[in-house]
Structure formats: C-alpha cells, structure tokens
Design a protein around this ligand. Sequence first.
Ligand code: B12
Length: 219
Amino acid sequence: MKTVRKILVSAMVRIKEDKVLSLVRHGLSEGIDPYVILEDVRIGIDIVADMYSQGKYFLADLVMAAEIYKEAQQIILGSPEDEQQENPQVIFGTVEKDIHDIGKNIAVTTMRQYRITVLDMGVDVSPDVFVDKLQETGAPILCMSGLISDAYDSMKKTVSLVTEKMNSLKPITVIGGLVNESVCQYTGADYWVKSCTDGANLCLKILQETEKMPLSNSR
Ligand code: B12
C-alpha cells in the first residue's frame, strides 16, 4: 500500500495523467481509503504548484495537474453534483472579479473529505449572490477565495453586506488564496488561512464549537 501511494504522489508530480488515473483505480481496487488516495493526489499538486513558483514548471503544467486532480476526484468521489448540497454548513466561492478556481476546488474537496457539507458557488460570485444563498440556507460559515488584488475589495464588500443584511445571524467569514493578516484586517473577515487543510480544520473547529457538528466527526 505504501508503494502505491509513493508512486502516486510521484506520478502526480511528474504530471503523468494516465499513470495517476490508473494508480487511483488500482488503489481503490486494493481497498485503500479513497480519501487517502485523494490526499496523495493533492500532495502531488501542491508540489507542482511549488515547483511552478520556483520556475521549474510552466503555467500549462500547473493547469494540467489541476485537470488530473479533477479527474481523480471524479473517479473517487463522483461528479460534484452528486455531493450533498442540502443544508450546507459552508458556502464557498471565488469572489467577484476573480476567476481563479484551482485552489478553491481543492479546498472544497478537502472540506468534503472532512465530512463538512459545502455548497460550491463557483467563481466571480457577487456579494448579493453570496448573501442570498446564506439567507436561503442559514449556513454558519462563508468561505471566500481570492488571488488577485481586486478580490480584496470584493471580499470587503461581501463581508460588509453580510454584516449589514444578516446582523446577529451573520456567518463566520473565512478567506483564503493569496491572502495574509493585512488582507484579513482590510476585508474585515473573521479568519484567514494559508492552506486547504488549515481551512478544513478551522471550519471543523467552528462547527464543533457552534455545535453544528459532533466532536466524533473529526478525521
Ligand atoms: C493558475 C493561474 C491562473 C489561471 C487560473 C486557472 C484557474 N482555473 O484557476 C489563469 C491563466 C486563467 C489565470 C488568469 C489570471 N491571472 Co492568474 N495565476 C495563476 C497562478 C499561476 C497559480 C494560482 C493557482 O492555481 N495556484 C495553485 C493553487 C493550488 O493554490 P492556491 O490558489 O493558493 O490554493 C491553495 C490555498 O491557498 C487554499 N485556498 C485557496 N482559496 C481558499 C479559500 C479558502 C476559504 C480556504 C479555506 C482555502 C483556500 O487551497 C489551495 C490548496 O491548499 C498564480 C500565481 C501564484 N503564485 O499563485 C497567478 C496569479 C494569481 N494570477 C494573476 C493575474 C494577474 C491573473 C490575471 C489578471 C492575468 C491577466 N492579465 O489576465 C488573470 C485573472 C483574471 C481574473 N479576473 O481572475 C496574479 C495576481 C496578482 C495580483 N496581485 O493581482 C498572480 C499572483 C500571478 C502573478 N504573480 O502576477 N491565472
């Protein structure tokens, strides 16, 4: 089992589509925990993203790795539409003016791996659309992704509108992507996170503290 997992991470890092997908199928047929398999594919794409930042890969390589992640995710979890979307605990989207979704998609999948129910609103989501969905569902957490400078204003507008329209029913707001403490202060969000696993752990903690999820649900 260790060997399959090691080869899987390495195939992902080398962006070998056929090899990754056949290892995913092989791992499933061997009875390896599907979430463990998907986690290995994610570790692989994280390494690809790092190598891109170091100039060792081209943008096209990173986009290709994201496609492979999506295909692996579909084999393991089925299509995203199959995911339970009723009574979501988290509303998640890339904010207005921003179309980056590789990180968002990974973060959504990671949260679902942690058994958190997430409604994925897609990209370029306006403050109004976020607020409508939050009011309709009563979700206790809003997660926003943003990677461009314009995204910070969109996040700020969304937090303001959520605060104005929802008062005491205001959800906890979490931002991720290319963000830091200053961006968090600027936008007025409650929390910022560096990675999808930090985000999933944070949401789990919030849900447990607000008694929206039993303690036994931690992975
Ligand atoms: C891939 C990419 C693209 C792809 C996007 C493909 C797609 N479907 O997403 C394409 C080519 C389309 C693109 C377009 C543009 N891009 Co671009 N892009 C990138 C690039 C190279 C990588 C981003 C990425 O996917 N990283 C890999 C993922 C896995 O990492 P991640 O997003 O950080 O996500 C992780 C965590 O942050 C976390 N996460 C992410 N969000 C959230 C949210 C929450 C709540 C949580 C819990 C976790 C979480 O989960 C992930 C796993 O841990 C970055 C450079 C960089 N270093 O980031 C530039 C970058 C973001 N792009 C940039 C720019 C400028 C653009 C364009 C404006 C270019 C142009 N002139 O047209 C357009 C944007 C158009 C728009 N309106 O949005 C700039 C932004 C600079 C700025 N400060 O504004 C960057 C930084 C490049 C640069 N150095 O100049 N881009």
